[in-house]
Write a new protein. Structure first.
Lengths: 401, 271
């Protein structure tokens, strides 16, 4: 049984650092040819910094190059791959096999096959293995049995999505954005039409439930199944979400890190900790289920909520500095809080609760309420905290949320 | 486009044996979605029916474009061996298992690479050609200029959708059934659509999942650059209307889809 890699998304350099510091073994980032054209994405300069940061921690950076190329992208891709090779990224994630050929002919890049290629079965996996692909990111439609069969049949690394949003369609098999908004979904322009509401008409008459018809599905969470995935020798456990916030990344990565480590430390006495599930639920703004993994993709996996998604207001601020002489923590505000609030301050390997007693503004005047986004304040904290720490609302241990 | 007297490779996706008889003199080949192995088609064909249609005259391509699951591989292997004996023109596939099985079983039947929205450049078409797919079925989201460039550089023979509704979205999920079940709605009607902002999109939810189609019927037969396998898709189209279009494309309004409409996306320039 190997220790699987915990792989996290990183929309920018800040989130790359957060993901790695909070426990990810590797991150994947978007470059110039990826399916999140509207994410910040990495310039080559940032990528160079990110790779140096990761390698210094003995961790890895993969770059998504997973668009379905049109003719004009062919002219640019070779040069770009050579640049990635020079930066010593640890692998590229591709879906278009022409990129595999170009990469093999021109670079020494390690190649991972994207979930966009919808690999579900052992024969397709055998083909990609023969083609020199090092790792396959399996389709999210795979059940536990599908994953196991591929793993047992083909000597290739497997990466499995364990957390985050789902495509309503087979990945790559949707061009709703092209048709409805003229944005190319397979070149990074997906405008998430699957989350829109539609009228459903059957035999000429509208059929309407309490909420409108939509393709939208709940998110994925395999937190309960991590031990099974480890026992199956899955090589990489992947968290979705390059557009997600640093707080989200830190929280999700930390929980999955804890579960993986707890199980590996003492497999026989491992017990599933419901508290972790609560933390994940609080952090996300949508319900999550095991989706196809447990073979259930029926009515309860749909997300019929009229597009109402609760904006998460748990994240209160990002720690910028700590002064040991004054015990003051410098914080950049993210959500409203006030004196007397019970909060949790957490870092990669540390977490403690605190009732806020003293707050100061930038002029060191005492204040009672912190209401402005990105407002800089100072809070009295009895023990030192790091620059990569965060502050959130304390979780009510009695809550069922 | 007037087809009279020309050597045009017209291929028709048909829905019934009767339609095959009716159209046999108008097409070069039939495309037949295979029962249990094809998606995006409300009507499929058994092997007995395929044999009957094969005897009618025009060439036959089979559609086997569903994603293949591990438990289906064993039966699929047998089916592919049966198909080998049918002497058909080719298999239109999506799942890469077909490429692997063709090599493993040393199958002679040609393959048509038809990954719907991913057949978008000539290098990838040539890649699959080298792996055993002698035909490629172009995505419908390409511009005319892109198609012309692909034609210039491709080793493979090309299929191009020229008439019919275009599948936009394919899911394993039973999206209509799930919705009806979730809200306890009892509705067993057959003809399903979804509606948004003045546009109506056909939707089917069958054993293999859900497919949503374009709100319009593509008809690019007034274009003069088409000399490939031109695919006429009869799905949801009245049989008489369909026959009229096969006879003369001017019998139906022209709709150019993405031919003159480039989609927007963003490729950042690196400094």
């Amino acid at each position: 049984m190997n220790k699987p890699e915990l792989l996290a998304p990183a929309g920018d350099l800040e989130r790359l650092k957060i993901a790695l510091l909070y426990g990810a073994d590797a991150v994947y980032v978007g470059g110039s040819f990826n399916l999140r054209a509207n994410a910040d994405n990495f310039s080559l300069k940032d990528l160079e910094k990110g790779v140096a940061f990761a390698h210094n921690l003995n961790k890895k950076v993969y770059v998504t190059v997973n668009i379905a190329m049109h003719n004009k992208e062919l002219e640019m891709i070779t040069d770009y791959l050579k640049k990635l090779d020079k930066l010593k990224v640890d692998g590229i994630i591709v879906s278009d096999p022409a990129i595999i050929k170009i990469a093999k002919d021109n670079t020494n890049l390690t190649i991972h096959l994207s979930t966009q290629a919808s690999t579900i079965n052992k024969k397709a996996a055998a083909f990609w293995h023969k083609e020199g692909v090092s790792r396959i990111v399996l389709a999210r439609e795979c059940t536990k049995d599908d994953i196991k069969i591929v793993k047992d049949s083909v000597p290739i690394e497997l990466e499995v999505f364990v957390h985050g949003a789902m495509c309503a369609s087979y990945s790559g098999r949707c061009v709703l954005s092209n048709f409805l908004t003229n944005r190319d979904s397979n070149r990074g322009g997906c405008s998430q039409i699957c989350r829109w509401d539609f009228d459903l008409i059957i035999d000429g008459a509208e059929v309407k439930g309490e909420k409108p018809f939509t393709f939208c599905s709940k998110d994925l969470s395999l937190i309960k199944y991590i031990p099974e995935l480890i026992d199956m020798d899955i090589d990489s456990l992947k968290i979705e979400g390059r557009m997600r916030s640093a707080y989200y990344i830190a929280t999700i990565v930390k929980v999955y890190r804890q579960v993986i480590d707890e199980y590996l430390k003492d497999k026989n006495n491992y017990k599933y900790n419901l508290e972790y599930e609560k933390v994940l639920r609080r952090c996300a703004n949508r319900d999550s289920v095991a989706q196809f993994f447990d073979g259930n993709f029926g009515k309860d996996t749909g997300y019929y909520n009229g597009r109402m998604e609760i904006t998460n207001q748990d994240f209160l601020g990002l720690v910028l500095a700590y002064d040991k002489k004054t015990n003051l923590m410098k914080l950049e505000q993210r959500n409203y809080f006030e004196k007397g609030d019970k909060v949790t301050i957490f870092g990669p390997n540390d977490e403690f609760d605190l009732v806020i007693d003293e707050i100061y503004d930038e002029d060191m005047q005492k204040i009672g309420i912190v209401r402005h986004p990105k407002q800089i304040v100072y809070i009295k904290v009895p023990k030192p905290v790091g620059e990569d720490y965060m502050m959130k609302k304390a979780l009510d241990k009695t809550s069922k949320v | 486009m007037d087809f009279t007297g020309e050597i045009m490779k017209k291929v028709a996706i048909i829905s019934s044996l009767k339609q095959a008889q009716d159209l046999k003199d108008l097409v070069t080949a039939f495309i037949l979605p295979v029962q249990d192995y094809s998606i995006n088609f409300p009507n499929t064909f058994t092997f007995d029916e395929i044999n009957e249609i094969k005897a009618i005259g025009p060439d036959v391509f089979l559609v086997m474009n569903k994603s293949i699951y591990n438990e289906e591989i064993k039966v699929l292997t047998k089916v592919l061996k049966q198909i080998e004996a049918l002497n058909i023109k080719g298999i239109i596939f999506y799942d890469i298992a077909f490429i692997q099985l063709k090599a493993e079983l040393n199958l002679k039947t040609d393959l048509v690479w038809a990954q719907e929205h991913l057949v978008t450049n000539y290098e990838t078409i040539n890649y699959w050609y080298d792996k055993g797919a002698k035909y490629a079925y172009l995505s419908s989201e390409l511009t005319k200029d892109e198609i012309i460039t692909i034609k210039k550089h491709s080793k493979a023979k090309l299929f191009i959708n020229v008439f019919g509704y275009i599948p936009m979205f394919t899911s394993k999920r039973h999206l209509v059934k799930n919705y009806l079940d979730y809200f306890n709605l009892d509705q067993k009607g057959l003809k399903k659509h979804i509606y948004k902002e003045g546009k109506t999109y056909p939707i089917i939810d069958d054993n293999h999942g859900t497919t949503v189609f374009s709100n319009y019927i593509l008809n690019i037969l007034d274009e003069d650059f088409l000399d490939d396998y031109l695919v006429f898709n009869s799905t949801f189209i009245d049989e008489k209307e369909f026959k009229k279009v096969l006879t003369d494309a001017h019998n139906f309004p022209f709709e150019h889809g993405f031919l003159y409409k480039e989609t927007i996306y963003k490729v950042k320039k690196d400094e």
